[in-house]
Design a protein around this ligand. Structure first.
Ligand code: IFG
Length: 512
């Protein structure tokens, strides 16, 4: 068990919370109904009827819906052992309905048929994730199970509140392999998260191949780079393109981040000319921040920034490029403004929309999207859209409590209810709901080593952020009941989630 940087005082100060016996796990989860889906759908009307999948069941899909029908069949075949052919006719039907817009869908379950309708393939995908949750937990097995494959009756009409619902994974402090990232994409897409922000560069490591600056990965993506020297590695361009394609099949768009002008020690180790004095700094394996800065007065800085942005834009089909901008404590403010004035336009030059951490708001960022993160700092006035990821609510690297193995607690500890009980629409008085593009749950990797560590910190709190971003209203009691009932699914999928004492039955299903 990896001890965190826990001070003895902190342990002694721990409130000896003893859960009273009466606060047992609450009522045993009931079989799921259409009201049990995560995130909570916009409108549900349960019916006592149900549909039962049998070996004779077929799936009907119009031509443009066939790929999604095949995705659904592929998800259901392993546990049922049924052929589930996709053909012209079928009790389960996926069709388009142009009265439904964007990511919306309508799912209707009758005793003799299941109808999934959407306006776009993405809407069908969202409906399929909902349908998978309505089947018994055994559907998550990858081997044939004997079960009655029931789908509860009723109707769901669903559409998201916010357009941008994102997870962020920091590959710089600790490099996570493409396979680990794909597993994370599998899990986040089940909860209709539609963006994955990859933090690809920082002081400890550079994790994305840039042809015009090859030493960035050759030196700062080498084994032995990363926090504690344990997080070495990098994404080649083909690794990156493969991840982009994998994510796109699950309607997750990759948002790459190169962090500048701060958080650049790794780049300067590889290319000392990127410092003002031309002296290469030492590689860093600690977790301090704010000590590095590009040199705003040198032309090579802007050639570097443009080359990196250009190559990143070319390999990124998605609309967004994140250029960081946070914690530039070693960049004089005037230099910061000068840097951003020359670099912000480069993102548009290469056809992308800029996202930057909230500090860029002070640099006249135009239509750049501001990512709000630091609840301890002011948020400069801007006119642009805002992504809400307040560190004391949405940072998944915050410990659940002071005993959590891994994670940090500079923004405080965050239990599931802390991650759930806030509203992006009224978090910042100066940012009305109309300017909120959406939400993001960053997972910084200073204390992570592998997928287990990612899953333990991400689940279940990521589902809270997914619901905050998707559902029109939040209801803590309803959420934690639905979340508790989801526990056995994660157990079947071998997801190493944290069995929060706040969520009834989550602990029991982990034990099972
Ligand atoms: N803040 C830093 C991150 C990371 C984080 C860990 C931002 C935007 C603390 N910047 O969050 O690099 O170190 O919780």
């Amino acid at each position: 068990m990896r001890l965190t940087r826990l001070s003895v005082a902190a342990v002694l100060a721990l409130p000896l919370a003893v859960t009273p016996a009466s606060a047992g796990p609450g009522p045993r989860p009931q079989p799921i109904t259409v009201a049990g889906v995560l995130p909570a759908p916009a409108r549900v009307s349960p019916s006592p009827e149900r549909f039962i999948l049998t070996p004779a069941t077929t799936i009907a899909a119009e031509p443009a819906a066939v790929p999604m029908a095949e995705q659904l069949a592929a998800a259901l075949r392993p546990a049922t052992g049924f052929r589930l052919p996709v053909s012209e006719g079928g009790a389960i039907s996926l069709r388009f309905d142009n009265a439904i817009t964007g990511e919306g869908y309508r799912l209707t379950v009758h005793p003799d048929r299941v109808e999934l309708r959407a306006g776009t393939p993405h809407g069908l995908f969202n409906g399929v994730q909902t349908l998978r949750q309505l089947l018994p937990t055994a559907i998550e097995s990858d081997t044939v199970q004997q079960a009655e494959w029931t789908i509860p009756g009723g109707e769901i009409e669903d559409t998201p509140r916010f357009a941008y619902r994102s997870a962020m994974l920091d590959l710089a402090r600790h490099f996570h392999t493409p396979d680990e990232v794909k597993r994370y994409i599998d899990q986040i897409s089940r909860f209709k998260i539609n963006y994955l922000h990859l933090h690809l560069t920082d002081d400890q490591g550079w994790r994305i191949q840039i042809d015009s600056w090859p030493r960035l990965t050759a030196v700062s993506g080498a084994p032995g780079t990363g926090v504690r020297g344990l997080g070495g590695g990098f994404l080649t361009k083909s690794d990156y393109r493969d991840l982009v394609a994998y994510a796109a099949e699950r309607y997750v768009t990759i948002v790459p981040e190169v962090d500048m002008p701060g958080h650049v020690n790794a780049a300067q180790v590889a290319y000392p000319e990127l410092t003002c004095d031309g002296v290469a700094p030492k590689p860093r394996i600690d977790i301090r921040v704010g000590y590095s800065s590009l040199c705003a007065g040198k032309e090579v800085t802007y050639r570097f920034a443009e080359d990196v942005i250009r190559e990143l834009a070319v390999m990124t089909p998605g609309p967004y490029l994140h250029i960081g901008g946070d914690e530039a404590h070693s960049t004089p403010h005037a230099d910061y403004l000068r840097f951003q004035e020359r670099v912000l336009p480069l993102v548009q030059k290469y056809g992308k929309i800029t996202i930057g951490w909230q500090e860029i708001a002070a640099a006249n960022p135009g239509n750049a999207i501001i990512q709000y993160w630091n609840h301890e700092a002011e948020m400069p006035e801007t006119a642009g859209k805002v992504i809400m990821s307040p560190a004391n609510r949405a940072y998944l690297d915050m410990q659940y409590d002071l005993l959590t193995p891994g994670g940090l607690h500079w923004a405080g500890t965050t239990e599931v209810d802390d991650a759930y009980s806030w509203d992006p629409g009224d978090l910042l008085p100066a940012v009305p709901e109309g300017r909120v593009l959406g939400v993001e749950a960053p997972l910084w990797s200073e204390t992570l080593r592998d997928l287990d560590d990612i899953e333990f910190l991400a689940f279940p709190r990521l589902v809270a952020i997914a619901e905050i971003g998707w559902s029109a209203r939040s209801d803590w009691d309803s959420f934690r009941t639905r979340l508790g009932a989801h526990g056995p699914r994660w157990t079947r999928q071998k997801v190493r989630f944290y069995s929060s004492p706040q969520i009834p039955w989550l602990r029991e299903s982990a034990a099972r």
